[in-house]
Each structure stands twice: as structure tokens, then as C-alpha cells.
Design a protein around this ligand. Sequence first.
Ligand code: FES
Length: 104
Amino acid sequence: MVKFTVENLAGKQEEIELPTDMNLNLMEALKASDYDIQATCGGMALCATCHVAIDNHEEVIGEPQDAEMDMLDTLPDADFSSRLACQIPIDDKLEGLLIHLKTV
Ligand code: FES
């Protein structure tokens, strides 16, 4: 199991605990937890409707791959903390992290 905190656009925080053995990514986990993530591309790093922000993400969960970086580069509101939730596997690296939703 892994436990992390999600903060929505209104600043409300909720702790989520999930199993790490279900081969889920963070976008799928957020949708399963009733967050209204559009994920219109289905997790292909093509729509950016799963945009999240995670402080120090490169140190904690590793650098984004090229497809993720390319999509993030198209977002006017992306910054150093931006990631695509669909490209982040649910695993132990997420333990204790605060994940900010950047889209509804
Ligand atoms: S679901 Fe489309 S980029 Fe993540």
C-alpha cells in the first residue's frame, strides 16, 4: 500500500491509500477516487487533462520521459513542478507526497 495526499483546485486536501500491485497509474487512481479528471486521451500523454504538480518530483519519482515533456511544453500554466498523472505509476515512490491537481 502507498499513502499520499491530493489537493484539489479549491485547496481541499484528501489522503488516499492505494495498493501498489494493481498496475495503476496516478490518473487512473485519481479517477477511481472520484476526482473529475477528464483524461481524454486515455493515458497516452496526448491531452494534458491529467496535469498535476508535485514538488521535487524529479528527485522523488524520476524525470519525465520525452512524450510527457513534449506535452507539458505545450501548457501555458506548466511549471517546474508539472507532471502528467497518467505517466506516473502508483508505487512506493509516491508515499507521503502532496499532489496538486492542476485541472478539474
Ligand atoms: S490522460 Fe491524456 S495526457 Fe494524461
